[in-house]
Design a protein around this ligand. Sequence first.
Ligand SMILES: C[S@@+](CC[C@H](N)C(=O)[O-])C[C@H]1O[C@@H](n2cnc3c(N)ncnc32)[C@H](O)[C@@H]1O
Length: 373
Amino acid sequence: MTEIRGERAIIKIDRLAFGGSGIGNHEGLVVFVPLACPGDLVSVEFTKKKKSFAEARILEVLEESPHRQEPPCKHFGNCGGCDLQHIQYPSQLEFKKQALESLLARQLKFELPKIEIIGSPKEFHYRNRIQLNQQKGRFGYFEKGRKSFTAIENCLIAREEINKTLTLLESQFKRFEIYFDGQDTHVSPTEYGGSEGSFIQVNPELNEILIKRLIQSIEINESKLDNSEGLFVELYSGDANFTLPLLERFSFNGYSIELNQKNVERAREKLNPINGFKVMKGSAEDINKVHPGDRVKHMLVDPPRDGLSQTVVDSVMAIRPQCLYYISCHPATLVRDLKILKDQYDLLEISAFDMFPQTGHLEVFCSLKLKTP
Ligand SMILES: C[S@@+](CC[C@H](N)C(=O)[O-])C[C@H]1O[C@@H](n2cnc3c(N)ncnc32)[C@H](O)[C@@H]1O
């Protein structure tokens, strides 16, 4: 990518990119403009240019989009956290939905089910976990790319309990996290492990809604499938966030696979009284080695941002679960995997969950069904 500081243009912003930049077109180039809002007319300076796209920064907003609002946080744009506080929340949802629809329509050349987006019950103060840095006794975040440090006394997307802890904090840790478990807050250093590497959904209210939707989809599929036996298998199962409510609702036999030791321990503790279900510590890539060969009725996958590796996709296609539920936190890798899975699976449902309001991220739930069982 070439650095081309100095070159300027006037651009109409017409959509939002995953990651949170506004997008416009200029002389055949797709231009990504951070902190722009669809509907804005902006004067920009290019910062990077490639053959088909460029990046630019706003010099001036010439005409303001009606979707704009005054960002409520004074650190917005500097701290490296939120991308979208300048956009009203209902419009954030609409723009994220449009971004997903257009990505899927461009990449998957078949008729798609109608996409629904489910907003977060809390637009602010939803995060139950934040990671902070300490510099000269002050706590804060680094700008994207870790260039400049912004000290904060309060974070608008963190839960109030976390902010309260932050005001009283006297931590000596260089890098640490504050986590609110629903009752208490916990401060732990991340440079010595902390809970780093282990995974916890950060938006508990919307997580509950996602779990209900997952149960609903399984219920619908169960009512249509024959009554014969089949396993429930879960890959990337974390600390049993989905496993526990699913096993409480359905009497499934089966197993889950999770790589992180702490998550596996927490999952085993939670699932202890449930018989007939095994939590395995290992890599999803090894599923072919551990799979007992039985028929799989329902398989749930919730991979990290990288999506499914080719080995995992090949294994899923070989095991042929009758119903496949894919939860993704990165639409680009989801669509890459759906392109392969579509040879064997019909896509029944796509629902987007706005787990991370004020940011350019989106969680997507897909329900798929084997074409020829
Ligand atoms: C997006 S999280 C989902 C966790 C869980 N479903 C939840 O809702 O909390 C992805 C999980 O996959 C685990 N993981 C990452 N790579 C893995 C792999 N190759 N095999 C198995 N698990 C993996 C991570 O430790 C993490 O817990």
